[in-house]
Design a protein around this ligand. Structure first.
Ligand SMILES: Nc1ncnc2c1ncn2[C@@H]1O[C@H](COP(=O)(O)OP(=O)(O)OP(=O)(O)O)[C@@H](O)[C@H]1O
Ligand SMILES: [Mg+2]
Length: 366
């Protein structure tokens, strides 16, 4: 297994900058996920590491060796493509062993490795079928099997679950996690699905327009996003962003929207006072809000709202409310029976509030 490093990597396609000054060191046996919306440069970054694209600028290292000039086939990586790229005329056994055969491995060693991979992936009974006789999830396992048998330095996976239906996706996500924990390989994984990024990774790299927005452990990014993009991208339903204005009453600083004055973390005043702007965005995750009927929440620590819609999802209720003409979404496990238009109150976990500068979208740290 291996570590790898991107040093000031930029990739241009004509006038399009697909990847812009990308810097990242991936440790041996680390599972790193590149996540972001369509077109943000995830696949291009993966292809650069694979050697399928050449960088316009910068250096790529594998095990401290610059590999810019090393052809793809010599980088000792195995890639799983979104499309699986299985050979339709070959049986599963031959599909999995194909890369080894091309490399001239003896037949009995190929067979041993194919059996081993099939065992790990639970597809032994399928070895004599052809791809068209398999379900999407089974095909996906065959594509993984082909990567595993190679025993590469680095596994690269580009949206490997995106062809599956929601249920199978969740199941395969868990299977993948267990599989790579067991294999102990270095993995670079690409997805636009924030839930996959959150659940699979040791570290997540959030990208936008070819630029890295933030790198960190999933929960660190979730709890402490650097900017509004990262804050809004991770989590479902997304973090609420509430536009508000700074109000100074003597020494006291408040954030208000219309007539509503928001509760704020005690230690935020100094940071707010130091800002030059008067407009801010208050960020709060749905699970950090409690909704109650008028008499259920303390009026000193909660704000009035109007119920817009309640979605009962079984384990969770999603409650859409309006506060001073801003939509605020809350999720609660406990029952909340209210109808559209009902007056209610919202209480925030004050220590979970984030404040952003709307001009730069950066978090105001306090
Ligand atoms: N071969 C190419 N020629 C020209 N432009 C390209 C090429 N490959 C990618 N691009 C452009 O580079 C940008 C990044 O593309 P990339 O495929 O890396 O995005 P992505 O994050 O993988 O998106 P998706 O989630 O849709 O797969 C896009 O604007 C894309 O149009
Ligand atoms: Mg892509």
């Amino acid at each position: 297994m291996a570590d790898c490093r991107f040093e000031h990597i930029t990739k241009r396609f004509g006038s399009v900058v697909a990847v812009n000054d990308f810097n990242l060191t991936i440790a041996d046996k680390e599972f790193v996920t590149l996540v972001g919306p369509s077109g943000c440069g995830k696949s291009t970054t993966l292809n650069l590491l694979a050697g399928l694209e050449d960088p316009s600028e910068g250096l790529i290292y594998i095990d401290d060796k610059v590999v810019n000039e090393v052809p793809s086939g010599k980088r000792d990586i195995a890639m799983v493509f979104q499309s699986y790229a299985l050979y339709p005329h070959m049986r599963v056994r031959e599909n999995i062993g194909f890369g080894l055969k091309v490399r001239g491995m003896p037949v009995d060693e190929i067979e041993r490795r194919v059996q081993e991979a099939a065992g790990i992936l639970g597809i032994e009974p399928l070895l004599d079928r052809r791809p068209r006789e398999l379900s999407g999830g089974q095909r996906q396992r065959v594509a993984l099997g082909r990567a595993i048998t190679r025993d590469p330095k680095i596994f690269l996976l580009d949206e490997p679950l995106s062809n599956l239906d929601a249920k199978l996706r969740t199941q395969m996500r868990a299977d993948l996690k267990l599989l790579f924990d067991r294999l102990g390989g270095t993995v670079v994984y690409v997805t636009h699905d924030q839930a996959e990024a959150m659940t699979l990774s040791d570290r997540v790299v959030v990208m936008r327009f070819g630029v890295v927005q933030q790198v960190g452990a999933p929960l660190d990014l979730y709890d402490d996003p650097d900017n509004m993009f990262v804050a809004g991208f991770l989590g479902n339903p997304s973090m609420n962003f509430i536009e508000c204005d700074l109000e100074r009453q003597g020494d006291q600083l408040r954030l208000r929207t219309g007539e509503v004055r928001w509760p704020l973390p005690l230690n935020s005043s100094g940071a707010l006072a130091a800002q030059s702007n008067d407009s801010f965005v208050l960020g709060i995750r749905p699970e950090d809000i409690t909704v109650g009927l008028m008499d259920e929440l303390d009026p000193n620590t909660s704000v009035p709202c109007t119920v817009h819609l309640v979605e009962h999802m079984g384990a969770l209720n999603v409650i859409y409310t309006d506060v001073a003409e801003q939509r605020v979404v809350a999720t609660m496990e406990s029952a909340f029976d209210a109808r559209t238009g009902d007056p209610a109150r919202l209480a925030f976990k004050v220590e979970k509030i984030h404040i952003f500068d709307p001009e730069t979208s950066q978090k105001v740290r306090f």
